[in-house]
Design a protein around this ligand. Structure first.
Ligand code: SF4
Length: 471
C-alpha cells in the first residue's frame, strides 16, 4: 500500500510534524505512542520520499524501512519506556523528562570507539574541531553544514550529535584547517567528507569544501570520499534537485583534476535500490567518472536476510557500483534491539556472498569498526577440536596488525569484539598491550602526540596517532 505525495520536493518530518504525514493514520495508537515517546531519546526525522517510496505500509511495523526510521518501544528498556511515557504524555513534566532522557542516553554508550577523545588531531596543542585521524592514510572531515541527514536511522552511531548532546558534535565551519593539516601530512592519501550527510548541503557549499583539496600542494590526496545515504533516502539529490546537475559537474571537476571521487553510498536494504529514481542516481554518479561504493551495517529487524544483501549487491554491480562493506552494528544507541550475534552475522554474510557472482565479491564483512581498528570475521573454524572465530584486521591503528590472522573462542552470543576471549588459553590478543590496542585505552588528549606547527614542515613530522574512525 502506498500513498503518493510529491516525492520530487524534499519534505522532512520530525516528531512535531509527522502527525501531518498522510501515512500517520495508518499507524495504530500503540505505534503512534512509541514514536512520540522514544523520539525524545533518539533522533527522529524522515521525509516524504522514504514514506511514499520505501515503506510498504501494508507491512508495518515489520517493514524494514519502517524499522529503520521509526522509533519503536523496544528500543528502550521496558521500565525506561514506562517512566518516560508517563512523564511525556501524562505528567508533562519537562524537567523530569529531560533528566530521564539524559540518563537513558548516557546508558546507551553515546560515543564508542574513542572517537571524541582519541581520534582528534591537534596542531600546536590545539585540537582541530571537525577532523578525525585514526588510520594513517585517511582523514575524516565533518563540515558543519553537513551534520544532519535526509532521514535518521534509528540505529545510527552518530545519534548523540543529532540530539544535540553537549560535546558530542564534530563540525568544521570551513576547510582552512583541514587544508593546513593535510599539507603537514603527506602520508594522508584519502579525505572522507562525512556527517551526518554532507549531501544535505547545496552544491555551492560542498564545492567550497572540496575545491581547496584540488590545490597542487595537496597532490598527495588521491581519493576524496563522500559518505552519504542520500543515494537511498533522497536520490533526487543526483537527479532532479535544482542543483543536481551542478553536483555532477563538481564530481567531474574532481575527476578531471586527477583525483578519485568516491561516493560511499550507505544502503540498508535491497528495496532502497529497486526504484527507478534510485537506479538513475547510481547511473548519473558513475557517469561522471566517480566511483560509488556500497556499504551498510547488518541490523536485526532490518536486513538480516541474505537475499536482500545479494539483491542489493547484484543490482548495484549491474548499475556500475562496487559492493564494499557489510558492517557489524556498533555497540551504541539501542544496540540491544538491533544487535546480532557475530556468529549469525558471519552466517548471513557467507550466505549472501555465496549467492552472488565474483563481481559482487569485492564486499568485505562482517566487519567491526572497533577501537583498535576494523576487524573482520573470516570464518568459524575448528582447530585441535576447539571451535574458534578466525579474525583479522582490515584496517588498524597500527598498520603492522593488518591481515594478521588471529583467533578467538567461539561464543554464540558475542556481539562485539570486546565480548571475545583469545583462543588457545592465551590471556590476551596479540594487539592488546600495544599502544592503541586496548578496547578503549588510548591516552588522554593531553598525552597524545602533538605536532608543533613550526616543526611540521620538516621531514621528521610523524603521522598523528590520535586517530580516526573511517566509516
Ligand atoms: S544516514 Fe548515516 S549518519 Fe544519518 S542517521 Fe543514518 S546512519 Fe546516521
Amino acid at each position: 500500500m502506498t500513498i503518493e505525495t510529491n516525492p520530487a520536493r524534499f519534505k522532512p518530518y520530525t516528531r512535531q510534524s509527522i502527525t501531518q504525514a498522510p501515512q500517520w493514520s495508518l499507524l495504530g495508537p500503540e505505534l503512534q505512542e512509541a514514536v512520540q515517546v522514544v523520539s525524545h531519546v533518539l533522533p527522529f526525522r524522515t521525509n516524504a520520499y522514504v514514506l511514499d517510496q520505501l515503506i510498504d505500509w501494508g507491512n508495518i511495523p515489520d517493514d524494514p524501512i519502517y524499522r529503520l526510521v521509526f522509533p519503536h518501544r523496544d528500543m528502550l528498556r521496558r521500565e525506561e519506556y514506562a517512566q518516560l511515557r508517563d512523564l511525556v504524555l501524562f505528567k508533562k513534566d519537562d524537567a523530569a523528562s529531560a533528566r530521564l532522557v539524559h540518563a537513558i542516553r548516557m546508558r546507551m554508550n553515546p560515543h564508542p570507539a574513542g572517537q571524541m577523545t582519541h581520534n582528534v588531531p591537534r596542531v600546536n596543542d590545539t585540537p582541530l574541531r571537525g577532523l578525525q585521524h585514526k588510520y594513517k592514510e585517511t582523514v575524516l572531515f565533518f563540515p558543519s553544514a553537513g551534520q544532519t541527514c535526509h532521514a535518521y536511522c534509528t540505529f545510527c552511531f552518530r545519534w548523540p550529535q543529532f540530539v544535540g548532546m553537549e560535546g558530542m558534535k564534530f563540525d568544521a565551519r570551513e576547510s582552512g584547517e583541514l587544508v593546513e593539516y593535510l599539507k603537514l601530512h603527506p602520508e594522508v592519501t584519502d579525505v572522507l567528507i562525512t556527517g551526518g550527510d554532507p549531501l544535505v548541503m547545496n552544491t555551492r557549499s560542498l564545492a567550497g569544501y572540496i575545491e581547496p583539496l584540488l590545490a597542487p600542494e595537496l597532490a598527495h590526496i588521491q581519493n576524496i570520499r563522500i559518505g552519504t545515504k542520500s543515494v537511498a533516502y533522497w536520490p533526487q539529490r543526483f537527479v532532479s534537485d535544482a542543483d543536481a546537475d551542478d553536483l555532477l559537474r563538481l564530481f567531474e571537476r574532481v575527476v578531471k583534476a586527477g583525483k578519485n571521487l568516491a561516493v560511499m553510498g550507505h544502503y540498508s536494504h535491497a528495496v532502497e535500490l529497486r526504484g527507478a529514481l534510485a537506479q538513475q542516481a547510481v547511473k548519473r554518479i558513475v557517469s561522471t567518472g566517480a566511483t560509488l561504493r556500497m556499504q551498510g551495517p547488518l541490523i536485526r529487524h532490518i536486513n538480516e536476510d541474505p537475499k536482500s544483501w545479494a539483491e542489493l549487491w547484484t543490482t548495484g554491480v549491474r548499475l556500475g557500483a562496487i559492493p564494499y562493506y557489510m558492517f557489524v552494528e556498533r555497540d551504541t544507541g539501542p544496540s540491544d534491539y538491533f544487535a546480532l550475534p557475530l556468529a549469525r552475522a558471519h552466517e548471513i554474510f557467507q550466505a549472501a556472498y555465496q549467492m552472488v557472482s565474483g563481481l559482487s565479491r569485492t564486499v568485505r564483512g562482517p566487519s567491526m569498526s572497533a577501537f583498535p581498528g576494523k576487524v573482520v570475521i573470516d570464518g568459524i573454524v575448528t582447530i585441535n577440536g576447539e571451535k574458534l572465530f578466525a579474525l583479522q584486521f582490515l584496517q588498524a591503528r597500527n598498520p603492522d596488525w593488518v591481515r594478521k590472522p588471529f583467533f578467538a573462542e567461539f561464543d554464540p552470543t558475542a556481539t562485539w569484539l570486546d565480548h571475545l576471549v583469545p583462543a588457545f588459553g592465551k590471556k590476551k590478543f596479540f594487539f592488546e598491550g600495544e599502544e592503541g590496542g586496548g578496547f578503549d585505552d588510548a591516552p588522554p588528549p593531553s598525552k597524545q602526540r602533538v605536532i608543533p606547527l613550526a616543526l611540521a614542515g620538516r621531514t621528521e613530522v610523524q603521522p598523528c596517532d590520535s586517530t580516526i574512525d573511517a566509516e
